[in-house]
Write a protein that binds this ligand. Structure first.
Ligand SMILES: [Zn+2]
Length: 206
């Protein structure tokens, strides 16, 4: 069986940028008026790459309602015969899922994940370091042979595991052969990422 993250990077990039620009950004703008955070997620059909559920962070309702967990909650509000099997979907998060959301994705069977901003972007652009901090503090166990340096050099989680495979949009772009189409896509990624600049400012960070 083919792997959509390997076989269709161009289509995936286009589809997730489209749902981000056309739906998620507006939904975030609205939800931030109520004090929620600038994160969103979408479940797309793998076949058509059309969105099935689109959702945003609602931490004012509950601190567990991240963009991803709220999206998963809403996805499962559909009766089982009215929603696609999770392993036939692509799970998109505007920002790389945190430990809570990585677990939620594992428990619910979404097998393919992609995201626009990495954990490092969240720290550097939004000034929020909870994602990295929780993965390091709670989940990262040092081997007896580890030094501070070897521990720090380890990835924070397995992007390829038995539950899911996760890639950033930039990693998907790396798979595309160089040329005009790749340059166009790169420009589109930068343009859609910049739509989040207004949220960084309204968070009061640089
Ligand atoms: Zn999360």
């Amino acid at each position: 069986m083919g792997d959509i993250l390997v076989d269709r990077p161009v289509e995936i990039i286009s589809a997730v940028l489209k749902v981000t620009e056309e739906q998620i950004v507006q939904m975030i703008r609205q939800s931030m008026l109520a004090g929620n955070l600038p994160f969103g997620a979408a479940v797309l059909h793998q076949s058509s790459l059309s969105p099935f559920t689109v959702s945003v962070n609602k931490v004012q309702k509950s601190p567990l309602l991240h963009g991803e967990t709220n999206c998963i909650r809403e996805f499962f509000l559909n009766p089982s015969d009215k929603r696609p099997p999770t392993d036939s979907c692509l799970f998109f998060a505007t920002h790389e899922p945190c430990a809570l959301c990585l677990s939620a994705i594992s428990w619910t069977g979404f097998s393919h994940v992609c995201f626009l901003f990495t954990h490092e972007d969240i720290r550097d652009l939004l000034g929020m370091d909870g994602d990295i901090d929780i993965l390091e503090e709670v989940f990262r166990v040092a081997a007896p042979s580890d030094t501070n340096e070897s521990l720090a050099a380890r990835p924070l989680y397995n992007r390829d595991n038995r539950y899911f495979k996760a890639r950033s949009v930039a990693e998907l772009l790396d798979q595309v052969e160089g040329g005009a189409e790749k340059e166009r896509l790169d420009g589109e990624i930068q343009r859609v990422r910049s739509l989040f600049d207004e949220f960084a400012r309204s968070e009061g960070t640089s």
